[in-house]
Design a protein around this ligand. Sequence first.
Ligand SMILES: Nc1ncnc2c1ncn2[C@@H]1O[C@H](COP(=O)(O)OP(=O)(O)O)[C@@H](O)[C@H]1O
Ligand SMILES: [Mg+2]
Length: 375
Amino acid sequence: MHDTSDAAVPADPALRSPHIEEAAARVGAAHGTEPSQGSPERMELYQRVFDYTPDGLLVVDAAGCIVRANTQAERLFGYGAEELAGVTVETLIPQRYRAGHVAHRRDYLAEPRMRPMGKDLELFGLRRDGSEFPVDIMLGPVEGGEHPKILCVVRDITERKQTERELTTLREKEVLLKEIHHRVKNNLAVISSLFYLQSTYTEDENTIRILRECRDRVRSMALVHERLYRSENFAAVDFGEYARDLSEQLVRNLGDPARPVALRTRLASVPMSIGLAVPCGLILNELITNALKHAFPSGAGDGTIEVSIQRESDGVCHLTVADTGVGVPENVGGEDAHSLGLRLIRTLTRQIDGEFELAPAHPGTAARLKVKVDA
Ligand SMILES: Nc1ncnc2c1ncn2[C@@H]1O[C@H](COP(=O)(O)OP(=O)(O)O)[C@@H](O)[C@H]1O
Ligand SMILES: [Mg+2]
């Protein structure tokens, strides 16, 4: 066997494989030299390629006996220096594949050419300690010498297999998440329909109104899941796009088609996690609903509702719903609000560590929410 520390190694004609030859030629070209065929220089180059290549190299004779192995091969299979020479190559293969391998080796020798071993099969190496590891193996005939030999290039693909497994798990999780958002959205749609069905069983205007508001709240949550389901990113929704969908949906459902209110939007793209998007969506739902419901009691005229979302560089997000309507009565809007909508807004604002204010806007009302965005 060779000595890896010795540069002036005796040339071994058995190593003149097309693979090594080509590599050696490339090394030579890179150095601007082209050692002549069979020269000591060239042989030294072969030796170096043999020793320094990151893959395990084994030269095997026709009887399956390992003639040479590089340090990487010894290390891969857990053997010490020189210990692989003379060992049959089947020693490095798990027991269950050994018989088959002897036959394959014979077939290969009948038609030797450079090719991967067991294409499309999972191959395993067997370490000295009995453990197995996945490998890719290239086979090539080694020319020269009296007897045919085979060069085996063995690559440990444990890490690649691990990465492939992790990717598969990740893809499966993504599919699962998508499925969950889809189901949550559908379940919320069922709840929303139940509210509607229930409302058809009463004539009482107030009950119908309450049920419709509940329905809108559920829908505003369903819309978050729908956005997450549709986007390829299951971690965050673009709250700007969400706000556009929600405001258009509410204007369509609650606005008076005979006296439509003009909706203006100024929506920056703000990615938000689901944990933040749901409460923010519910708050936005209350604010737009209020503007549509209370701001223009005698028709919108040329009144407008403006929904705006801005994001500062420090991640603070400003969400504003401003209308040009009649303005809030003096006794509402304080911290001690008793009506459900404003109470909901206060509770949700606390939950997301935000700040909320409802202020007169001459004309109309401006409701502002300030919150630090996480995503
Ligand atoms: N944009 C607005 N313009 C005028 N009045 C408003 C507006 N928003 C809220 N208000 C007033 O504040 C009150 C409380 O709102 P809210 O808590 O949402 O209860 P609700 O909408 O169920 O009446 C409303 O009844 C309304 O008088
Ligand atoms: Mg309200």
